[in-house]
Structures are given as C-alpha cells and as structure tokens.
Design a protein around this ligand. Sequence first.
Ligand SMILES: O=P(O)(O)OC[C@H]1O[C@H](O)[C@H](O)[C@@H](O)[C@@H]1O
Length: 438
Amino acid sequence: MKVTFKKDYLKDFVADSEVELLKPAAGLARDTLLARTGVGNEMEDWLTLPTDHDQGEFTRILKAAGKIKSDSKVLVVIGIGGSYLGARAVIEFLKSEFHNEKAAKAGLPEVYFVGTSASGRYIDDVINLIGDRDFSINIISKSGTTTEPAIAFRVFKSLIEKKYGKDEASKRIFATTDANKGALLDVAKENGYERFIVPDGIGGRYSVLSAVGLLPIAVAGIDIKQLLAGAKAAQDDFAKDEDILAKPSILYAIYRNILYRKGFDVETIVGYEPQFRYLFEWWKQLMAESEGKDNKGIYPTSAIFSTDLHSIGQYIQDGKKILFETILDITKPISDRVVPAADDDTDHLDYLLNRPIKEVNEAALTATAQAHTSAGVPNILLQLDDLDEFNLGNLIYFFEAAVSVSGYLNAINPFDQPGVEIYKTNMFRILGKPGYTK
Ligand SMILES: O=P(O)(O)OC[C@H]1O[C@H](O)[C@H](O)[C@@H](O)[C@@H]1O
C-alpha cells in the first residue's frame, strides 16, 4: 500500500557508507521541514494537507462534482503548471490516456484541459469537441493573472454565457483561486461563481491534493477520499519517529543527491505503462521548479518504456554518462491479458503462449535495468503494489517530501520559482502590456 524504495540496481554506484554520511544532514532537513523553521517555510502547508483539509470545502467539492456529473457531458479545466498538471496526472494515471473515451462510455463527463499554451488552434479543437453538448468550466489560477489560462477563460466564458445566458452560465463556472486577492477572485465575486481556495501556504506544484486537483479529479469519477488517505499514510510515515533510513522519501532524497554529486546531473523517471506519462509531467514540474535554481539542481526528464527504448534508449545506453534513472513500477498485474494462440508459429511467439503480457513487461524492466546499469547508468527503483487512489496519494506525498528534503540537502529553497517570471515579463513587454516598456 506504500511506496517502496529499492536499491537493487545501485550497488555499483553508491556505497552504504555514503548513505550513512548523508544521513545526519537528511535528518536535519526533515526536522527543519517538520518544525517549519527552514527557508521557504511560509509555503509548507502541503505537509499537513492530507489531514488539515477544510471539511466544509471538501463537502462542497463533492457536491460541485456531483452537479457537474449530472448536468454536463464535458468539464473544461482551465489552468497551467501547478494549476493543471496534478489533476491531469491523477486522472491519466488511474484512468489512462483514454480516460475521456472511458468516461463517455461510463456516463461521466469528459475532462479537457485548456490554457496550457497560447495556441488558438488547440482552443478551436476543444470547442469543436464540445460541439453542442452541455458543459461546465473549472478555472484554476492562484494568481489569477497567468496570461495563457486567462485568455482561454475569456474564450470559454463567452461561449458558456452565449449558450446558457449569464445567470445559468455563472452556475456552471467554478473558480479555484486565492482566498483574498487576484483578478480571478474579483471576476468570481462579481459573477457569483462558486469558489474554491488555493491555500496561501501551498505553491502550485504542491497543490494537487487541495481543491486545485480534487474538483476535476472527483468529476472524473475518482475516489478523492482514498487519494487523501494514501497521502495521509505518507504524511504519518514522514513524521513518524524512527530511523530516518526506514523512510522511502529520505532514502530517495539521499541517493539522488549522492548521484548528483558524482556528476549525474539528469534524472530520468521511467515507467513501463503509457498511463504514467502525465504523472511524470507533474513530477517534472515538482522537481524542476523546486530544485532548478541558483545555477544548480538535477535536471528532470521522463521516459515511457518500451516506447522510448526505441528512441532515447540508445543515448541512455551508450551516450554521455550524465544521467540516472528512477523506475516507477507497479508490482500487481493491472491487466490479466495473455499472449494468445495463433493459427501457426510463423511469428515465433509460441514460446510465450498463454503467458501474461505483464511478464513480458517485467522482463523488459529487468533487462533494461541490467543493460543500463552495466553501462554505468545508476537505476533507482520505486515500487507501488497497485494502481489505485491510495497508492497514488501515497506516491504524491512521497515525492513532495523527498524533493523538499533533497532541496535542503543541496542548499536550495524548494518552495519558490523565481525563474519562471522572466519569460512572462518579456512577453508582457513584447505584447505592449501597460506598465511594461518596449
Ligand atoms: O495558478 P497560477 O497563478 O495561474 O500559476 C500557474 C503556474 O504559474 C507559473 O508557471 C508558476 O511557476 C507555477 O508554479 C504555477 O503553477
């Protein structure tokens, strides 16, 4: 039911004595986090999010999700970065990239994400997909001023108002934003939208277990109570008084820092299920915005195998030795499909006859880990025992805790993201936004 950290493929790269040497610093990093005395501590409310949920808001989330399920065929979720990736990660991890096709069959709303680019073409496509079907909108922005989602919201707000009239439209628009300030808060108040809160002390990339993620996730038919229960188990584990090396998040933070200090600047998270793709996108934001600053930090990338074994696999095996891999594996078979019989054995596959396809996937994992480690690429192995809400909630908190400890170990504030502002300022200048000189 919990994340397991396996060091099977790390023997040749990290000695136990090195782990022992970093243990006191990791312990201090964790204690500092829990005591909320470290740098960035004003953004550490995610630490207790699984237990500190506003119960009133939680009930409203379930109610809003129920309303959307009953009166909409489509939910348009508008947001970017931390206001987008968590919900998409959870929905696709649990329901697969075909979640919308499955939702349509199950009588649940399809969920489309917009506002993640300034692509008019993408907006056109989503409008066409909705067609004349009933829909609702969840606009999510902590600042309320991020340009890409703000533009998308203008488009879909006008569309929904045209379709239903202003009054009914305002009952179909749900705004998730800051409790006290911002342009979106003003619009929401003015129009009487139901509002959900992006908590003050939680940065976007740590917010998936708040209303930011929970409303779209619940609309997709996912059990958000179980998601939080899994996260709570990880929260309890992280806070529990025990040898810190018994904590998977601490081990992960220590090992990746040791590898980084040995010149492995890139971490590729790897999975053997296509439906891990967006979890990895969420993970990339969590890692990159938390650690990539002050001219340092591990560069996070991702790969889906076997797919990418036939593209970047070549580089990982034979290219410059700058990266290590972190494999995410689910031990329980998530499909019982087997290799079927054929009329004859012309394709030479009969040696696999009736064997589970999962066995082939496991062999690919082991074969690849052996191949890459033998070429000098360290592999961390993280295991979950099942693909369900509880395990995923546990994994989400695990990564959040690990990257926070990891940031402190590397003398980085893991809770700010100053670098993201530069492109925004340049864009405002180029577009001639009032107050930004050309
Ligand atoms: O929720 P918003 O204020 O619109 O921000 C959305 C995103 O904006 C920037 O990219 C920040 O770096 C992210 O951390 C944030 O998640």
